[in-house]
Write a protein that binds this ligand. Structure first.
Ligand code: KG4
Ligand code: ZN
Length: 338
C-alpha cells in the first residue's frame, strides 16, 4: 500500500510517499519546503504569505515527492491530508490540492488532525502495538497537550496549556531578546553554553494536581527580568536562555511523569516541534527509564511539521475504516477518536 501525505497547516509545504509492505513502514520520500526565511522578518508566521507560498510550492513539492519515491500517482492507494488545527487559509491550500488529485485520479481521501499526525511521527520508526496504554506529550508552536492513547485512534486529552504553547513561549522569549524566528532552535542552541541555575524563573502549575500547563507567566517573568537587567551581555543572554529552557523542561517532564504514573501507562511518547529540544529529549528519556516504561521520540527529521507523519496517521485511520465526511479546514480542530 502506498500513501500520499499532504501537510500545509502552518509554514511548511510538505508531501510524502509512504509504503507499507508486509507490516513494514518505509518513507519513500518526505519533501519539506520551509517558509521560515519568508516569515522571519515579521517575527512570526504571516497567514496570507503562508497561503501564497503553499499555492506556489504544492505542485513542485508534489512532483519532487513522487520522483524521489520513484512512484507514479497511479500507484497511490490513499491520499491523507491535514485538515486542522492550523491556519485556515493555509489548510485550504492543501485540502483543495488533495481534492483535485483525488478527483482526477479517483483516489480515496482521508482527513487527518495535525496533532494526531505528530503522535504518529513516533510510529515512523516503530510498528509494535505492545505499547498501549501510551501517554503522548505533544509540544508544538500552537499546542501543548498530554494525550492518553489506549489503542490506535483512541485518544483522551488529559491536560493542556491554559495559555501559551511551549514552542510559542520559546518563540516569544527569543523575540524579546531579538534572537530571530523561530525561537526554539536559537534559544536552545544558546542555552547549551549557559547556566540553567543563574536566574530562578517560575515553574507555573508545577505543583497543581491537574495535568495542565501554563507558559505565559514564565514568559512574562523573562520580560520583567530583561527590564530589570537593562543592557545585557552575551553571557547573561545565554544564562537567560538556559534558565528559561530549564524551567520549561522541568514543568513538561514533571507533569508528564506524574500523569504517566497515575495513568499507569506502558509507554511515554514525545512529539511536536519542541520535541527537537535536546534537553527535553534527554530528561524525559532518563525519567521514563526510572519508571521502567518504554519511551519513544521522533527522529529529528520528523519532529517538525512533515507529511510522512500525516500519511502514517492516514494509514492507521484507514485501517479503522474511518470515513471522511467533511472535507473542510478546521483551525481549532480537536483530537477525536476514530
Ligand atoms: O510542530 P511544529 O513544527 O509546528 C506547529 O505545529 O506548531 O512546532 C514549531 C515549534 C516552534 O515554536 C519552534 O520554536 C519549536 O517548535 N521548536 C523548538 C525547537 N525546535 C523547534 N523549541 C525548543 N527547542 C527546539 N530545539
Ligand atoms: Zn506541528
Amino acid at each position: 500500500m502506498k500513501i500520499l501525505g499532504i501537510e500545509t497547516s502552518c509554514d511548511e509545504t510538505s508531501i510524502a510517499v509512504l509504503e507499507i509492505k508486509k507490516g513494514k513502514i518505509k518513507v519513500l520520500s518526505n519533501i519539506v519546503s520551509s517558509q521560515v526565511k519568508i516569515h522571519a522578518p515579521y517575527g512570526g508566521v504571516v497567514p496570507s504569505l503562508a497561503a501564497r507560498e503553499h499555492e506556489k510550492n504544492l505542485k513542485p513539492v508534489f512532483e519532487k515527492a513522487l520522483k524521489e519515491a520513484k512512484t507514479d500517482i497511479i500507484q497511490i492507494d490513499l491520499i491523507a491530508m491535514t485538515v486542522g488545527p492550523g491556519l485556515e487559509i493555509a489548510l485550504w491550500k492543501g485540502i483543495n490540492f488533495s481534492k483535485e488529485l483525488a478527483l482526477v485520479w479517483k483516489k480515496p481521501l482521508i482527513a487527518i488532525n495535525h496533532l494526531e499526525g505528530h503522535i504518529y511521527s513516533n510510529w515512523l520508526g516503530l510498528m509494535s502495538d505492545k505499547i498501549f496504554p501510551a501517554l503522548n506529550l505533544i509540544v508544538s508552536g500552537g499546542h501543548t497537550q498530554l494525550v492518553l492513547m489506549t489503542g490506535h485512534g483512541k485518544f483522551k486529552v488529559i491536560g493542556e496549556t491554559q495559555d501559551d504553547a511551549a514552542g510559542e513561549a520559546f518563540d516569544k522569549v527569543a523575540r524579546m531578546m531579538n534572537l530571530g524566528f523561530p525561537g526554539g532552535p536559537i534559544v536552545s542552541k544558546l542555552a547549551k553554553n549557559g547556566n540553567p541555575k543563574k536566574f530562578p524563573l517560575p515553574r507555573p502549575m508545577l505543583n497543581q494536581k491537574n495535568y495542565n500547563f501554563s507558559f505565559s507567566g514564565l514568559k512574562t517573568a523573562v520580560l520583567y527580568l530583561l527590564k530589570d537587567l537593562g543592557e545585557i551581555n552575551e553571557k547573561t543572554k545565554v544564562d537567560i536562555c538556559a534558565s528559561f529552557q530549564q524551567a520549561v523542561v522541568d514543568v513538561l517532564v514533571t507533569k508528564t511523569v506524574r500523569a504517566a504514573k497515575e495513568s499507569k501507562v506502558r509507554s511515554i511518547f514525545l512529539s511536536g516541534g519542541v520535541s527537537a529540544n535536546k534537553l527535553l529529549r534527554k530528561t524525559l528519556q532518563k525519567e521514563t527509564k526510572k519508571l521502567k516504561m518504554s519511551y519513544s521520540q521522533p527522529d529529528f527529521q520528523y519532529t517538525g511539521d512533515n507529511a510522512a507523519m500525516i500519511a502514517l496517521a492516514g494509514y492507521y485511520k484507514k485501517l479503522k475504516s474511518a470515513k471522511t465526511k467533511s472535507l473542510k479546514a478546521e483551525s481549532n480542530l480537536k483530537i477525536k477518536n476514530w
